[in-house]
Design a protein around this ligand. Structure first.
Ligand SMILES: Cc1cc2nc3c(=O)[nH]c(=O)nc-3n(C[C@H](O)[C@H](O)[C@H](O)COP(=O)(O)OP(=O)(O)OC[C@H]3O[C@@H](n4cnc5c(N)ncnc54)[C@H](O)[C@@H]3O)c2cc1C
Length: 806
């Protein structure tokens, strides 16, 4: 066993083996994998081995497609058979709603890069003769699906890594991790110590225990999961070919061929977490859990109805094994904040679809400092302190039980809620708010009419929120509205080197004292890392504002850039609250309650001042996402409720009205303002999304400068544009294709209805050659229909921005 190495990967399941292989593939060969028993001794050995390329997140889908391509690659390198059955897969729809969504997904696959096909029940029956299609409406076929041998694929990855120089230590248990002062690690095993620069937690079922060794709480929960293997089925024996991987979305089950029978897996409604507090170390490569046939009986019956010959063939074997679930079902990858050189690569629920994809992203991150594209959906830093044990269990169970649920974009799941609430929560409840969680915090989405239930009907079309949101928008546009901005992230950055630090961190020029600037953060590749608002409170003191759900993501990045500079970075997101006041009468209201001079000349657009508002000492920022004259009031949370009540009381004179996030987004869309994770993300560069106007290319240095300069001077492939869509009952949500005649011209990033301009609006990236084309020939898929669309030359509302600057 080596005493020193660059990387120790802990865990020899499909994920750890994939990480080991990808580190070598990208050029690091001084790497080892430590496995306490045999390769596959966790969840991996008893998996059904199914893999799918389909995913609604384009970056996850891209990584899944890549991962599937790796199996043949490692088979060739290693000579180890991976047992690949590329049978294709079919998602079945048995309700009209599901069929509509499947057709919608099919349209979006053009953007995501999946070559899928819609099938009729007859076509499904031809490919899968054992199915009863009597209530099946149709299906979606993808050729890049199938199943793999868990043992063969894991061994092939490990062997291919070994051929490239990696080492694998079996029957070697990591017992402790000691972080040294220089950031390196001593990995304490039962066979001796290994000193290394980086540690990767790929310990699957034991990821929580390996996390605890470094003081890291890993937000995942193992869940029990069953599949059955049947005896031989005549129709399969006689079938000339192999059955595709079948997913019955409405029946919450999957099925694939296993020799002359089938394997049927079910996601039952009464799910069972396993080893809630601690995964036993003696669980291993031959262990299975006691089947709970009573719990899965209903689910199995549904399977037998859909595939009647299963009942005749009989159950040959029942497998119940545990595997890990995170609160949102996505993996946990990336560097862990506050623990230098400690990398997470666990919580991978679908190891055979995602193992090599997450391993590629993680290896790029470790070696190049960033992964390609936007992998935030899998970033371990999307969770924070709010992801407590009970939260993780409740959300894990909810996710398991709704594994194939028809997921409407306005459907706010209910488990583990409320978790965090703002100080205004009760007031918002009294105003009949409909809430949705973000980073554990309940946000007011919209306000239901008095006397009605504050519940939104899940739908891909305009819901019962449509009219009330319209009223909220009109109130803001006509007089004044008030918004709970508690979810905003607020960072204070100060200290002797704060100016030098900030100047290097942000691609923009720093604001003068008392002023505000948009501050893009760039990655070394020149792609976006953040879209923050920078307020300068004093020569060496800044307040930086961002989206609340990115707190850990931002803080990690800020801390990683400190080096030897003397700078203090504090996340004050919970300690401070924000109240947003917006509308043409907001200055009049503020003049009645605030101590400062709010005249246009004293406090112009994009300025910030310290002043009292009511009883509260505040920072008041003149900034607007609604496109109206508006203020963001930042104040210590303890003062916030009293001030909110006071503003509502004084604001009666102006018919002040609370508004929610939906109205905010709608009004922002009318101004063609983009948002993070949609229009802005590491997928894009400043020039592509129009952020080049905020970048100070003349600055001596900033992160990503060289790449940003090259990007500015290069021909653009895509550009962000605003669109108007001719649609009467639905709006685009994101990743719908934009067509020019019948050519694929780009994709939507987000869409909503503009209640002031009374139009369906969207933002999206269009390939630059199409921007010269006639504007009468564009169309966009909205739900399952192609709708005419036009590219807008300017924001549809107040294009000269006179109102917010007034
Ligand atoms: C019944 C069932 C069916 C499934 N079907 C599918 C499917 O069809 N498709 C699919 O994609 N996924 C499926 N899965 C899920 C799949 O099994 C997991 O996604 C995958 O195995 C996770 O792999 P892993 O490497 O992250 O974790 P694990 O397989 O749990 O591997 C972790 C490894 O780390 C080792 N380890 C832990 N702690 C230490 C330590 N301290 N020192 C040294 N070594 C350590 C363990 O011994 C283990 O080998 C299924 C799971 C179950 C239970």
């Amino acid at each position: 066993m080596k005493e020193h190495t660059q990387v120790v990967v802990i865990g020899g399941g499909i994920v750890g083996a994939a990480v080991l292989y990808h580190l070598t593939k990208l050029g690091w060969s001084d790497v080892v994998l430590v496995e306490r028993k045999q390769l596959t001794a966790g969840s991996t050995w008893h998996a059904a081995g199914g893999f799918h390329a389909m995913n609604s997140d384009p970056n996850v889908a891209r990584l899944q497609a890549y991962g599937i391509s790796v199996y043949k690659e490692v088979e060739e390198i290693s000579g180890q058979d991976v047992g690949m059955h590329l049978t294709g897969g079919i998602n079945i729809a048995a309700t009209p709603e599901r069929w509509e969504v499947i057709r919608y997904e099919h349209a979006r696959h053009k953007v995501i890069g999946i070559d899928s096909h819609l099938l009729s029940p007859e076509e499904i029956k031809k490919l899968c003769p054992i199915i009863d299609t009597s209530n099946v409406i149709g299906g979606l076929f993808d050729g890049n699906e199938g199943n793999i041998d868990p043992y063969g694929s894991t061994h092939a990855l490990a062997k291919a890594a070994r051929i490239a120089g990696a080492e694998v230590y079996l029957k070697t248990k990591v017992e402790d991790l000691v972080h040294k002062a220089d950031g390196t690690w001593t990995v304490v095993t039962d066979k001796g110590n290994i000193h290394c620069e980086h540690v990767v937690n790929a310990a699957g079922l034991w990821a929580r225990e390996v996390g605890a060794m470094a003081g890291v709480q890993v937000p995942l929960i193992p869940m029990e999961h069953h599949y059955i293997l049947t005896g031989d089925i005549d129709a399969i024996k006689d079938f000339d070919g192999e059955l595709p991987m079948m997913i019955d979305l409405d029946g919450e089950m999957y099925l694939r061929q296993e020799q002359n029978g089938v394997l049927l897996g079910v996601y039952e409604k009464n799910s069972t977490p396993w080893s809630v507090h601690f995964t036993p170390w003696d669980y291993g490569e031959t262990d299975l859990l006691e089947p709970r046939l009573d719990d899965i009986g209903d689910a199995l019956m549904q399977g037998f109805e859909r595939f009647p010959s299963l009942a005749e063939a009989g159950i040959r074997r029942v497998v119940n094994g545990p595997f890990t679930f995170t609160p949102d079902g996505n993996p946990l990858i990336g560097p862990v904040r506050g623990v230098q050189n400690y990398w997470s690569c666990c919580g991978v629920m679908a190891g055979f679809s995602q193992g090599s994809g997450v391993a590629l992203a993680l290896s790029q991150w470790m070696i190049d400092g960033e992964s390609e594209g936007d992998v935030f959906a899998m970033d371990v830093n999307r969770f924070g302190a709010f992801a407590t044990k009970k939260f993780v269990i409740d959300k894990g169970m909810e996710f398991y039980e709704n594994r194939f649920k028809l997921l409407c974009p306005n459907d706010e799941w209910t488990a583990a809620r409320p978790n965090k609430i703002s100080v205004f929560y009760e007031r918002l409840q009294q105003a009949n708010a409909v809430f949705g969680p973000s980073y554990g915090l309940e946000l007011p989405l919209w306000f239901a009419p008095p006397g009605s239930e504050p519940i939104e009907t899940p739908s891909f079309r305009r819901s019962n929120a449509h009219d009330p949101v319209g009223e909220e928008c009109r109130a803001v546009r006509d007089s004044v509205g008030i918004l709970d901005g508690s979810s905003f992230a607020k960072y204070q950055i100060s200290g002797p080197d704060a100016v030098a630090y900030m100047d290097y961190l942000f691609a923009s020029r720093l604001p003068d004292i008392g002023r505000i600037r948009m501050g893009p953060l760039l990655l070394p590749s020149g792609h976006l890392k953040g879209d923050l608002t920078v307020m300068r409170l004093a020569e060496d003191e800044f307040m930086v504002i961002g989206s609340g759900y990115l707190q850990e993501f931002h803080m990690l990045w800020f801390e990683q850039q400190v080096g030897d500079k003397s700078v203090r970075i504090v996340n004050r997101s919970d300690e401070l609250t924000t109240i947003v006041i917006a509308g043409p009468q907001s200055r009049e209201l503020m003049q009645l309650v605030a101590s400062g001079d709010l005249d246009k000349d004293s406090m112009p657009f994009m300025s910030v001042r310290s002043m009292d508002v009511g009883f509260a000492p505040c920072q008041v920022a003149r900034i607007s996402f609604t496109g109206e004259l508006g203020y963001e009031i930042y104040l210590p949370t303890v003062y916030a409720l009293a001030l909110y009540d006071y503003l509502l009381e004084v604001g009666k004179k102006f018919a002040i009205r609370p508004f929610g996030i939906r109205a905010l987004v709608s009004m922002g869309m009318e101004k063609s303002f983009g948002i993070w994770s949609r229009e802005y993300s590491p997928d894009y560069t400043p020039a592509m999304c129009g952020f080049d106007r905020f970048v100070d290319y003349g600055k001596a240095d900033f992160i990503g400068r060289e790449a940003a300069l090259a990007d500015r001077d290069a021909a653009l492939e895509h550009r962000l544009v605003a669109l108007e869509i001719d649609s009467t009952d639905a709006d685009a949500w994101g990743y719908e294709p934009i067509w020019y005649k019948d050519e694929y011209a780009g994709f939507v990033t987000s869409g909503t209805y503009g209640h002031t301009v009374e139009k369906s609006l969207a933002l999206g990236y269009v390939k630059t050659p199409f921007l010269e084309s006639s504007n009468d020939e564009f169309s966009v898929h909205v739900v399952d229909q192609l709708r005419p669309a036009k590219i807008l030359a300017e924001p549809p509302y107040d294009p000269r921005a006179l109102k917010m600057r007034s």
